[in-house]
Design a binder for this molecule. Structure first.
Ligand code: IPM
Ligand code: MG
Length: 346
């Protein structure tokens, strides 16, 4: 019997509604597959609610305690009354950086039964490997002469050969296990310093994967191709900020952010990886039990795969796909969707 310690962090808004469904389905899948594993869960409060009450986000002591966990199952954080950046930097980026989540893995698949906003989407099935600890996200920079007409602000994009290489290698490994096609997105025609570090790294790692076909696209041009010919992609690799942008469009063309899951992966296994829906706390629909928990449930698939629970992962994936194929337009509550997917597990 293997025990997995899972830190559960529902957060705010619909995060608190979808995370219980993700866990419910995971537990059920462990039971029905007869997997000899136990998820030992512990709740962590990381939310706008807590920040309003105490001024705390995630404390350093909690970060230390979290290190002992096998994975973190996260919902979403934020509400309209919290200043922009406080929770992003104090919770989600604190964990991505602190737990060295080199890869932000974001699958994009147009499932049967799901309507894409594209008129002729074709088959869409790719994964984005987004660098997770560097780029424009590191907070390098500052402000001078604030609130004067001469105000200056810098936001430096930080790129290390080490950080880029481990992300690129992960992307090649993914491509090798899939359709063997890797598309590298950047703007190395303009961002010549970071862009060429990335380009040289992709070229160097490509030599280790002769079977993988590599191509390069400028990120702006990829916005066109993602709409006109999304079927061309298998694995996309890119930096933190481009990856953030690309994955929202990728979610939109595959039926919406309600279905988009992600994993923030510590590739060396030195700290817990974190699994979360790409969507946020959605305060406009929070508290009404109308949020779609599918992205959280699919984040559970990524977590199960990461923990080596492959049967659990594939059982949930199949149950989700069956539900999506038949869900139609009948409105269901958040819990009803979770129950329906759990019931399909048997
Ligand atoms: C995402 C989100 C985050 C990001 C925010 C909430 C910090 O947009 O996970 O895509 O920018 O990475
Ligand atoms: Mg985003």
């Amino acid at each position: 019997m293997t025990t997995f310690k899972i830190a559960v962090m529902p957060g705010d808004g619909i995060g608190t509604e979808v995370v219980p469904e993700g866990l419910k389905v995971l537990q059920r899948a462990i039971e029905v597959t007869g997997t000899d594993a136990v998820l030992e869960t512990e709740h962590f409060e990381a939310s706008a609610r807590r920040w309003h009450e105490t001024g705390e986000t995630l404390t350093d002591a909690e970060m230390e305690r979290l290190r002992a966990f096998d994975a973190i199952f996260f919902g979403a954080c934020g509400d309209p009354t919290t200043p922009s950046g406080v929770l992003e930097r104090g919770i989600i980026l604190k964990m991505r950086f602190g737990f060295d989540h080199a890869v932000n893995l974001r699958p994009s698949k147009l499932f049967p039964g799901i309507t894409s906003p594209l008129a002729d989407p074709g088959e869409i099935d790719f994964v984005v490997v987004r660098e997770g600890t560097e780029g424009a996200y590191t907070g390098q920079g500052g402000v001078l002469r604030q609130d004067t007409p001469a105000e200056v602000a810098t936001e430096v994009s930080l790129n290390t050969r080490y950080g880029v290489e481990r992300t690129v290698r992960y992307a090649f490994e993914k491509a090798q296990s899939r359709r063997k096609k890797l598309t590298f997105l950047h703007k190395h025609n303009v961002m010549v310093h970071a862009g060429h570090l990335w380009r040289r790294t992709v070229e160097a790692v490509a030599a280790e994967f002769p079977e993988v076909a590599v191509n390069y696209q400028h990120t702006d041009a990829s916005m066109i191709y993602l709409v006109q010919d999304p079927g061309q992609y298998d694995v996309i690799v890119t930096d933190n900020l481009f990856g953030d942008i690309v994955t929202d469009l990728a979610a939109a063309v595959t039926g919406g952010i309600g279905l988009a899951a992600s994993g923030n992966i510590n590739v060396a296994g030195t700290a817990p990886s974190l699994f979360e829906p790409i969507h946020g706390s959605a305060p406009d629909i929070a508290g009404q039990q109308i949020a779609d928990p599918t992205a959280s449930i699919l984040s559970g698939v990524l977590m199960a795969e990461h923990l080596g629970l492959t049967q659990v992962a594939s059982a949930i994936q199949a149950a989700v796909e069956a539900d999506l194929a038949e869900r139609g337009d009948t409105p269901r509550s958040t819990a009803q969707v979770g129950d329906a997917i759990a019931a399909r597990l048997g």
